[in-house]
Write a protein that binds this ligand. Structure first.
Ligand code: PHE
Length: 416
């Protein structure tokens, strides 16, 4: 049981932090890829049904478990589950709520660090005048698919990874209301602002204008024209439910943890629903109005739906090239906004993966805040190195470029 007393400073702060927990890279990178790979309009109905019938009730359940645990001084799932039953083994089930956050954070923070690096490169104009192949090669070099750097490590990627971890540790060690809450109050509005700007720019692209071959609204129709025949396809349902789990951060112990810091008499039904709906607004309206419409406008629908073209990394490999069509100033601005919004989305989520780990260390081992934040950072760094090096059989050949590379820092090898 804990002796650490922390709490949210305000209701707005709580809802923004919870929404920031849910709104993440999944909203802007994973959602469009899933929607395209599962037939656009064919995906949307199972997705929305899963949100209403599974997502919202799960949010309520997790908020309730969290608040209950918090009442007894437990802020992470092992203690919370223990406080709910007499069965001793339950608390061990709760260990998943620590472990999953750590493992997801290991790749998530790394992806987050790419967005920071790409903000920097957009500011310095690194993509200006580059062809599609050059931008794709830039990415390959950055993540170490192409050899280069010290001992074949992508030095720059590791540098930005360390900075990103440092920022996470710093915010976490400031505490809930002075750290996480302030980060969410700054990050969420900026993210929404950037998203609205990019969505408007995307949706007003007309065929023949700035190199576009189609109206961008064609991409929107692809996403929003319902296809009822998908309703009998279990694969689409599974993908939709999987996206709901990931995007709402449910089943991870992260929502439980944030909810453990609400006050006993706080309304959880309305607050949970507000945060959940806010996530859907960002995912469906903003996440669905950037990557897909812009790529349909420039490449056409056939290219977009062809297997292997739209994936998780498209935001890095392709978007900076497409922005170039808008002229140097707007291209740089769009790059900063796109990768900036990804960074804010990413960091408000990685903080939510760190907090349960910290709460566990604080509650059960009485490790103080700053030290537990550092421990979280160290674990994430070593997991990132450890997980990939345990799979590292040495070197392999990239199927796209034919070049040899080391496995160690390559997410392609571990995530495909
Ligand atoms: N929901 C986040 C996203 O969409 C991911 C996440 C998972 C965050 C688990 C916290 C905990 O990117």
């Amino acid at each position: 049981m804990s002796s650490h007393k922390e709490g949210w400073g305000s209701r707005v702060g709580l809802v923004l932090a919870m929404a920031g927990n849910a709104v993440g890279l999944g909203n802007f990178l994973r959602f469009p890829a899933q929607a395209v790979q599962n037939g656009g309009g064919a995906f949307i109905i199972p997705y929305l049904v899963s949100f209403l019938l599974m997502g919202v009730p799960l949010l309520w359940i997790e908020w309730a478990i969290g608040r209950h645990g918090g009442k007894y001084g437990y802020h992470s799932t092992p203690g919370m589950l223990d406080s709910m039953t007499k069965a001793k083994w339950w608390k061990y089930v709760g260990v998943f709520g620590i472990f999953t956050n750590l493992t997801v954070a290991a790749y998530y923070c790394y992806l987050e660090s790419w967005t920071l690096a790409y903000v920097w490169h957009s500011i310095t104009g690194a993509f200006e005048g580059k062809t599609a192949t050059e931008v794709a090669n830039f990415f390959n070099h950055y993540v170490g698919i192409v050899d280069g750097g010290f001992f074949n490590f992508p030095v720059e990627a590791i540098f930005f990874f360390l900075i990103t971890l440092g920022v996470n540790i710093w915010i976490l060690s400031r505490g809930l209301s002075k750290g996480v809450e302030i980060a969410s109050k700054i990050g969420m509005p900026l993210l929404i602002l950037f998203g609205i700007f990019l969505a408007i720019r995307a949706l007003t692209l007309d065929a023949g204008e700035q190199g576009a071959i189609n109206d961008a609204t064609m991409g929107l129709n692809f996403l929003w024209e319902p296809q009822f025949d998908s309703l009998t396809n279990p694969k689409v349902w599974l993908a939709a439910a999987g996206q709901i789990f990931f995007t709402l951060s449910v089943g991870m112990g992260s929502i439980h943890c944030y909810a453990a810091y609400v006050r006993e008499r706080d309304d959880i039904a309305l607050n949970a629903a507000s945060a959940g709906w806010m996530n859907e607004f960002v995912e469906v309206l903003l996440g669905g109005s950037i990557v897909i419409p812009i790529s349909v406008a420039y490449f056409g629908l056939d290219w977009v739906v062809a297997p292997g073209n739209v994936g998780l990394f498209m935001g890095f490999r392709t978007m900076p090239v497409l922005f170039q069509n808008w002229g140097p100033i707007l291209a740089a601005l769009a790059g900063v906004m796109w990768f900036g919004l990804l960074f804010f989305a990413g960091i408000t989520s990685s903080l939510a993966m760190g907090q349960p780990v910290m709460a566990f260390l604080q509650d059960h081992f009485k490790i103080e805040r700053a030290r537990s934040a550092k421990l979280f950072g160290a674990c994430v760094f070593s997991f990132r190195c450890g997980v990939s090096s345990s799979m590292d059989t040495g070197r392999s050949r990239n199927s796209m470029t034919g070049q040899e590379h080391s496995h160690l820092w390559c997410l392609h090898c571990s995530s495909r």
